[in-house]
Design a protein around this ligand. Structure first.
Ligand code: NDP
Length: 240
């Protein structure tokens, strides 16, 4: 379904790197006016960059009121931490919860009233396979991503029949800077070489491989284009 003209304005949080940059590029190719939101400004072809920390209540509300009509919100900005629970600090817990759970809440809250009023809107949240299942050493990350999936489900129920949809994508590991960091940790902790660390990480997933950011972006575009996708939680793990 093609959205009305005024609704071809999209905000992609964390749209400057990794999965978010791939989503930004796909939306630009599809003719959207795209605003990539991040804490640091970088050039990204065809999109405007908006400097804003998604955990900052006032900044988020100010940015969205300046942007005006937004037809598409992709909640993608994220933070990860991997530690056994006894070594997970208060700061790590709070940061991960703030970026991965509070950020999508603040941004969704800012766009929903306008979307409802116009009877059109798409909210897609990049959660994670850790949003639907647990794994060792990711208590904070898994809790925050379960929260993001819960937010999506509640929004979908609240928005049903309004023309606004909320959906989430739950990928396994994707080749981005976030995963590069995970690989460095595995290599440091186990003494494995980088290539072996990539293999071990891929072997933890049902499909035995690392996804590319563009694969996630394609699913985001599918969900945006599908008016029946309200409440969909799309798991990208090769089919578990
Ligand atoms: P990256 O670390 O590569 O990029 C993160 C992006 O988010 C950057 O643009 C960063 O820009 C921005 N960002 C981080 N914190 C904030 C903040 N507080 N406010 C605004 N922007 C912020 O992440 P990925 O591309 O790997 O991940 C994207 C999403 O996908 C995340 O939610 C992640 O949890 C999820 N995911 C990732 C997987 C993976 O294996 N990589 C697997 C499953 C899900 P800046 O630093 O300038 O703020």
């Amino acid at each position: 379904m093609t959205p009305p003209d005024g609704d071809r304005r999209a905000v992609v949080t964390g749209g400057t790197r990794g999965i978010g940059a791939a989503v930004t590029r796909r939306l630009v190719e599809a003719g959207y006016e795209v605003f990539a939101m991040a804490r640091h400004s970088v050039d990204i072809d065809g999109a405007a960059v908006v400097v804003c920390d998604v955990t900052d209540t006032l900044a988020v509300s100010d940015v969205f009121s300046r942007l005006g009509t937004v037809g598409v919100l992709v909640n993608n900005a994220g933070a990860a931490v991997s530690n056994p629970i006894e070594r997970t600090t208060d700061d790590e817990w709070e940061t991960v919860m703030a970026v991965n759970a509070t950020g999508p809440f603040l941004c969704s809250r800012a766009v929903v009233p306008g979307m409802k009023e116009r009877g059109f809107g798409r909210i897609v949240t990049i959660a994670s396979s850790a949003g639907i299942a647990g794994a060792p050493y990711i208590s904070a990350y898994a809790a925050s991503k379960h929260a993001a999936v819960g937010l999506t489900r509640a929004l979908a129920a609240e928005l049903a029949g309004s023309g606004v949809t909320a959906a989430a994508v739950c990928p396994t590991y994707v080749k981005t800077e976030m995963t590069d960091e995970t690989i460095r940790n595995i290599a440091d902790r186990t003494g494995a070489g980088l290539e072996e660390a990539w293999r071990r990480l891929a072997d933890l997933t049902p499909h035995g491989r690392i996804l590319q950011p563009e694969e996630v972006a394609d699913v985001v575009l599918d969900l945006i284009g599908d008016p029946t996708a309200n409440g969909e939680i799309r798991v990208l793990d090769g089919g578990s």
